[in-house]
Design a protein around this ligand. Structure first.
Ligand code: AMP
Length: 196
């Protein structure tokens, strides 16, 4: 079981080409606010990032942004957040977001989103935290990636229990429900002969 008070959302600084992505981001923001959960995110007002924050604020939620100084202008820091932490590097940003959140969700996004997702997943695999990590698989956006992760596991590079740590759902409600029932696997990272 995981006590959820805050959820970190990683998502595109672009809106994507299909309005379904913006709609999903808004739905996540609204759902977090309605569930009384603090949204932790990268602090920008562009793309899906801005949409998730705006929706959470509009629904009366609390939003905590974390942005490096160098991106305040580039990613257009959101000026209406409950709190905005300005930090000095990308590394500090990710470390603070990870500290502030009880769980992580990746929505559709670009390279930055994947980098953030993979970091928290690898930290979980190493036992540096026990927090749930999920993907919102809007319109099958992550199907290709999930197929590759299965391949990694089948080829003996990721233990099945660690591959299965990633919680995948199409909608925010079921994803958050599964987070609340999540228990981190108690297995080491290194694959042994008997695991294959
Ligand atoms: P993207 O998914 O590429 O649109 O980026 C989403 C967010 O991830 C943006 O706030 C980026 O600043 C951030 N980001 C991009 N690259 C990195 C990185 N190497 N480490 C941490 N965050 C990043």
């Amino acid at each position: 079981m995981t006590l959820l008070r805050s959820v970190c959302v990683f998502c595109g600084s672009n809106p994507g080409s299909d309005p379904v992505y913006l709609a999903a981001a808004k739905d996540v923001g609204t759902r977090l606010a309605m569930d009384g959960l603090v949204l932790v995110y990268g602090g920008a007002r562009v793309g899906l990032m801005g949409a998730v924050a705006d929706a959470a604020l509009a629904a009366g939620g609390r939003v905590s942004g974390v942005i490096p100084k160098a991106l305040v202008d580039k990613e257009l820091a959101h000026d209406g957040l409950s709190e905005l932490h300005t930090v000095s590097s990308m590394h500090e940003r990710k470390a603070l977001m990870a500290d502030l959140a009880d769980a992580f969700i990746a929505l559709p996004g670009g390279a930055g989103t994947l980098e953030e997702l993979f970091e928290v997943w690898t930290w979980g695999q190493l036992g540096f935290h026990d927090k749930p990590v999920g993907l919102l698989n809007v319109k099958g956006f992550y199907d290709g990636l999930l197929g590759f992760l299965d391949h990694q596991s089948q080829e003996g590079f990721v233990k099945p229990a660690l591959r299965d740590m990633l919680v995948v759902e199409e909608r925010a409600g079921p994803l958050l429900d599964r987070f609340r029932h999540y228990a981190a696997p108690r297995v080491g990272k290194w694959v042994e002969r008997g695991d294959l």
